[in-house]
Ligand binder design. Structure first.
Ligand code: GYE
Length: 307
């Protein structure tokens, strides 16, 4: 009888699944946590090989990376798209090469939904709504509140939809008004800079800050302190993400609320790729479960935060 083991290649048993991941950059604590999650998940699983590319915030670099992945004939592409528009051509190229594309954490606007396999990420409209609702709940819906908004990267789905959801709720209450809105590019440094300008022009007229991510809120908190006011008391601050430094700021009374957004997407991405390989039908949107944190609940949760 035959006892010879089949050549490894026959069964494909030691042929790795090659994943190309085009990451946006390293603008926030949230993104660093996501990068780590992807590296941990795929680095610790011998069936996979990860090709990681950092776009340094530039869409053109992401498009180049995807083209490189296509020419390397990777088995799957993961893309965290810095902005929503401008992806049609390169996604068509991936589709023509039969390579599935998984959108990670931000979405794209395309006329043909078959240009990507699944979007794995959060409901940003809901996050924006939750930020506004919690602000009204804690400050009182009948109080007059002038809000300044620190927006995320211009053209990013996370910025567009967080603004949309928040605005929807604010529009339903004549006491609440967004008086200034500007991008802080999801970074702490820019968040601080923009907040300084807001304080300079509107100072005592600002009752609340809505930041599209925690890093910008942390920058704004610094600006408020340097201006001589107390963040969390004189000016209410709410942001999105739920990174550890945000929980610490809540504990210290400087941040009022953080709306959670899960960056630990590695395991879900891995499952999606394996399901796809087995021919299973995937959800078009693989959503994360998320919470809203403030007060004692945030303090209690701090020791167990994973990012
Ligand atoms: O909220 C922000 C990051 O795309 C959901 O990007 C992500 C956002 C996140 O830089 O901190």
């Amino acid at each position: 009888t035959e006892t010879t083991a089949p050549a490894a290649d026959d069964k494909g048993s030691d042929k790795k699944i090659v994943l190309g991941f085009s990451q946006i950059g390293a603008e926030s604590g949230w993104r660093d946590a996501e990068t780590q999650s992807i590296k941990d998940t795929f680095g610790s699983d011998a069936q996979f090989e990860l090709k990681f590319s950092d776009a340094q915030q530039k869409q053109e670099n992401q498009i180049k990376a995807i083209r490189t992945f296509i020419s390397q004939k990777v088995d799957a592409i993961a893309l965290a798209p810095v902005v929503e528009s401008g992806w049609e051509t390169v996604l068509e190229e991936a589709k023509a090469a039969n390579i599935p594309v998984f959108l990670l954490d931000r979405t794209v606007k395309v006329s043909d939904e078959s240009l990507y396999t699944s979007f794995i990420g959060s409901d940003f409209v809901l996050e924006g709504q939750n930020a506004a609702k919690t602000m009204m709940e804690l400050l009182g819906a009948d109080k007059k509140v002038n809000i300044v908004e620190l927006q995320g990267t211009v053209g990013a789905s996370a910025a567009n939809d967080r603004q949309k959801g928040f605005q929807e709720i604010v529009d339903g209450n004549p006491n609440y008004k967004i008086i200034k809105s500007q991008t802080g590019d999801f970074t702490r440094a820019k968040g601080k800079e923009v907040m300084e300008a807001f304080l300079k022009s509107d100072g005592k007229n600002i009752q609340a800050v809505y930041a599209h991510n925690d890093d910008m809120a942390l920058g704004a908190i610094q600006a408020i302190e340097e201006y001589g006011l107390k963040p969390g008391t004189d000016i209410f601050v709410v942001s999105v993400d739920g990174i550890k430094p945000a929980f610490e700021a809540i504990r210290d009374g400087k941040l009022n609320v953080t709306v959670e957004c899960n960056p630990l997407l590695g395991p879900q991405l891995k499952q999606a790729i394996l399901d796809f390989k087995e021919g299973k039908t995937l959800e078009k949107w693989i959503k994360s479960d998320e919470d809203v944190y403030f007060g004692q609940k945030a303090i209690d949760a701090l020791p167990n935060r994973l990012y």
